[in-house]
Ligand binder design. Sequence first.
Ligand SMILES: NC(=O)c1ccc[n+]([C@@H]2O[C@H](COP(=O)([O-])OP(=O)(O)OC[C@H]3O[C@@H](n4cnc5c(N)ncnc54)[C@H](O)[C@@H]3O)[C@@H](O)[C@H]2O)c1
Length: 416
Amino acid sequence: MPNKRMQRRDFIKAAALGTAGFIVYPSSRVLGANDRVRVGVIGFGARATELVTQVLALPSAELVAVADVYTRRLDAAKHLSSSVRTFDDHRHLLEAKDIDAVIVASPLHIHCRHFLDALAAGKDLYSEKTMTWSIAEADKCLAAAKGTDRIVQVGLQHESSGSLADARKWIGDGMVGKVTHVHSWMSRNTPHGKGQWVRQVPPDCNAQNVNWKAFLNGRPDRAFDPNKFVNWRLFWEFSGGNVTENMVHQIAWIITALDLQLPTAAYMSGGVFSEKDGREVPDTIAVTLDYPNDIAVTWQSTFSNSHYGLGEHILGSDGTIEHTAGETDMVTGRSPNTIRYYPEKVNRPAGAALTGESQDQNHMANFIDCVRTRKQPNAPVEIGHRSAVAAHMANIAYRRKQRVTLEMAKTAVDLS
Ligand SMILES: NC(=O)c1ccc[n+]([C@@H]2O[C@H](COP(=O)([O-])OP(=O)(O)OC[C@H]3O[C@@H](n4cnc5c(N)ncnc54)[C@H](O)[C@@H]3O)[C@@H](O)[C@H]2O)c1
C-alpha cells in the first residue's frame, strides 16, 4: 500500500519519474458479474483504432477515455462516441477513477513510460508490442509487473492463435523429438515507388496541434519534425524496425511453443537495400538467435518480395511442424493460416501427417476476461520480456556488426 500521506497525483508524478518503486494503488473497484470493464486508451493512432473496434465488439467492455498528444487523434476519438472523454496528457487519464484497464498503443519508445505509469496508477494493462524499446526498459517493466497484482497482456496476438495451441500439443506429446533448429521468415512487398510503412503527413500535423516534447519523451529536444512524428517506425530513436514490429510476434510464438528462455547470443545482418527513402532501420534482415539447450532460431525478412508470406518451421528429430500464412497480414488476421505436422519416418515410422484444428482465441477478449477473472492472460509480461530481449539483442548485433551475447547486450548502452 502506498504511504497514506502521499497524494495520488504526487504518486503518479513520481511513477512517471521512475521514483515510485513498485507500490501501486489497488484497483478502484471489484468487478461484479454485470459490470463492464471500463477501458482507457493511451496513443490513439492506427493500431489503437483497430484495438478499440475489438473492445467495442465485446459486451463485457466499454471505451471511456482516450489520451493522445495530437489534436487530430483526440478529434477522431470524439467522433467515435460523444461519451468518450479525451485527454492531452496520459497522466490525467490515469488519474481517472472510472477506468479499470488501459490500452497502450503509443510509439515504441514511449511504451515503457506508459507501462510503468499505468501499473503505478493501479490499472490493468494491455500494452502493444514490442513491450519496450530497450532491454533495460524490458527488465524494469518485468520487475514492475511482478511487484503488482495487475493483469498485463502484451499485444502479441499470435499467443492466442490456434496454431500455437496445436504446436504446443504436438511438442508436449513428444511427436517432434529433439529440436535443434527453428527456421522462420516474414516477407512483404509494396508497389514500386511506395515505401513499406511510409505514411502521409496530415496537413494539420504541426507544432500547434502536437505536443512534440511529450512525443520525444526525453529524447534530445529539437524543432518539430512532422515526418519523424508520423513515420517514427523508420528511425532508431523511436523504433526497433521490423525486428520489433514483426519478428517479435513470431519469436514470442516460438518461445512459447518450445518454452525457451532468453537467447544466449544473437547475430543480425542485412541493411536498407530496397527502401532508400532516408529510413535508418533495415528492410532486409537475417537474424540468428542461439538458445540454451542447443537450439538455433533463424528469422529472415524482406520488404521487396512477399511470395512466401510468413511462417515457422520447427525441425525435430521425430517430426516437423510447418506453420505458414500465405499473405502477410498480421494486423487484420485475414491471411490464410495453416499448421501441419509431418513425422520423421526414420524415428516415427508409424507416425501420420496431421493438420492443426485448434481455433484462434480473441486476444482482446482474453484480456478483458482476465481483468474479470484475475487469471493469467495468453501473452503475459514474461513473454513480453523474453520476446523484447531477443529482438533488442538482434538489433544491437546489427548495429554493432558483431555477434552479441546476452551479457554484452545487457550492458550495452542504449543505441538511439
Ligand atoms: N499487435 C499488432 O499487430 C500491431 C500492429 C500495428 C502496430 N502495433 C503497435 O502499436 C503501436 C502503435 O503503432 P501505430 O501504427 O498505431 O502508431 P501511430 O503512430 O499510428 O499511433 C501512435 C499514436 O500515439 C500518439 N502518441 C505519441 N506520443 C504520445 C504520448 N507521449 N502520449 C500519448 N500518445 C502519444 C500519436 O499521436 C499517435 O496517435 C506500436 O507499438 C506498434 O508496434 C501492433
